[in-house]
Design a protein around this ligand. Sequence first.
Ligand code: AMP
Length: 195
Amino acid sequence: MLNIILFGPPGAGKGTQSAKLIEKYNLTHLSTGDVFRFNIKNETDLGVLAKSFIDKGELVPDEVTNDMVADFLDQNFNDNGFIFDGYPRTIQQADALAKMLDDKNTTISLMVALEVEEDELVKRLLERGKTSGRADDQSEDTIRNRFRVYQEETAPLAMHYSDLGKYRGVHGMGSVDEIFVRLSHCLDIVSETGE
Ligand code: AMP
């Protein structure tokens, strides 16, 4: 199985690249942000709870997020593997994911991180906000808060997977296709060596 964490700050291009990678490698895409937005749209209890955090640029609590991911994995298991997009975002989530995968006799193959400068990210997010309808892309204050949360809670995950020998950084500037080639190269290596 190829279980890839596509990592990077808000606006790095994780969603765009995930869509291309799942097609090329026959993987299942799990974007926790997308699942939350689906629940918000359908006004479920989970959606109402998640919205109160998302609109402020805060993280949804770990336990809520981990339970949602466990349900998703049970219902959408794919023997080829998964692209995890926007998850895990805390060390606690990384530990929970390791257990969930272990229960299914599999593990994380690799974290690939899209590296993009912050000014470029803010520009991309404000631009996306004009068409995405996402409340959390509309204000620069909320966007800056998401970066702060990212730096404090999520960025340490790079070291966590690096210590496990499962981290690759990828230059995230350039065209969608150029970045896709770089990511594919990382996935090809890990799928060939089974690392
Ligand atoms: P994203 O679409 O990945 O940018 O996520 C949008 C928002 O959903 C984030 O700013 C968080 O509020 C929430 N969210 C998404 N994934 C997670 C996660 N793994 N843990 C906690 N909150 C999350």
